[in-house]
Design a protein around this ligand. Sequence first.
Ligand code: HEM
Length: 206
Amino acid sequence: MAFTGFFLIFYLIVHAGINATIFFNDSGQTFNAAASFMLHNYVVRILEVGLFAGFILHIIQGIMLWRQNKAARKINYLKQNYVKEINWNSRVMGWLGTFILLFLVMHLYHFWAGTKHELYFHGPEVNLYEEMKEIFTNPVWFALYMIGLGSLLFHLLHGFHSAFETFGINNKRWTPIIIAIGVFYSVVICLLFASMPLAFMVGWLQ
Ligand code: HEM
């Protein structure tokens, strides 16, 4: 779980970085060029298969871990002590993960399925920037993206340092540093992602 988590943490940096080119505010020229490169590059297409496998594996591992946690305690707690880390872990991470999965289904429907359909059936040029503008100026999609990104923030806030812990890095010296890097990473990535729908919604980007 930690290994696929690391992989997805890295993917989000690349994804947010490429998307951030919309802030050149050049009507999406730079962004569309970068997206087009990614879309037509065979190495990227192969990596994409790895990415999907990573997501699916991470979800399956999450479900297995949740079931193991449940099975380990045959009789349920009469009253749960929600302050304990273990409860936050098994209760909240599962729910956040479920929200993120729903977010991903919506997101792939918006930007992936349509793009591939355009690419294979209507020719090589796809204007992803225009697609973004259309989606993010719709208040319902905008709200759902914000909820999805909020869930991602809390999922990452916990998941980042947990992944290091799983690999045995859990001590007085490193843990506070890893937690600080995790908070920085989670906040910056989620704010950067959230600023994209916001920029279209309020008209900063045309
Ligand atoms: C508001 C922020 C986001 C924007 C504007 C955005 C935009 C896009 C766009 C335009 C694509 C299509 C790219 C292409 O087909 O080459 C895409 C694909 C994708 N996005 Fe996002 N994205 C956002 C957030 C996220 C988040 C938070 C995740 C993961 C939790 C994510 C996961 C994916 C995946 C898995 C794909 C398909 C991968 C691929 O096409 O290779 N995105 N996104």
